[in-house]
Design a protein around this ligand. Sequence first.
Ligand code: 6PG
Length: 271
Amino acid sequence: MQSSSIYTPMKTVISNTQQEANQALTHAFVALFQKIPQREVFIALSGGNTPQKLFDLWSEELKQTIDWSRVQLFWVDERCVPYNDDESNFKMTQWHLIRHLPLTDKQIHRIKGEDDPCKEATRYSNLIEERLPHRQGIPVFDFVLLGVGSDGHTASIFPKDNHRHKPDELGESKSEEACLNTPKWCSVTQKPDNGQYRITLTMPVINAANHVFVLVTGKEKAQIMNQVLNHTVLSRQYPISHVHGEHGDVTFFLDRLAAGYNNDTTSSRLT
Ligand code: 6PG
């Protein structure tokens, strides 16, 4: 598979601990937020386990620092479960972040995991199309937070999806008839090990973002990150290797375990 993305230089911040990685990401987030002119700021958040502590930190430290009234909050992906299910990315974000912040319902744009996946992917794609500014026809998030699962997925684009699609189609719907007409900013995928349906932003809209931060912690991610950061041939199977930022920047925030270091380092460092 050909992809120009995987050789693009990217920034990597390696910290001693998960907590320091969260702090490094938070400082960078505040710095970029403060550079955005007075207007709405479009943010898309990932779910899973890794952001939970980050969101705890934001809810403590960023309550006053960020002008939350400017934020329009979206999700990178959602599991197709009810909003009050423990697997719901919305529920996790609500618990760890949203309930602590001065956000109104009009600022919160959740993916409705309880609805029909294909219809909801269409609705969410249309919402993004309508609400976000565009660059070269593609909606532009100011800030996208991504992670990498221990099975190598990013957003809800799974490694095996890479083999089924050309790079510029990554994350677009599989060929289930019901999803054939799903618009391009969102897609329905399935978690390979249990078949759970997911709704995800697709690679074109992720890559159009102004800033992409990728938070990866823990030693179970080290092998994948070693492939990804060294741009090995094997890394091409991982969707994160196809995140390159068409017009923006991509920064990885890792703790030393995810970066494959077993010894202590002294402080966060940029490579
Ligand atoms: C999801 C997430 C996903 C996440 C990675 C990392 O719903 O699965 O949005 O994209 O970023 O899977 O998840 P963990 O931190 O749980 O490993």
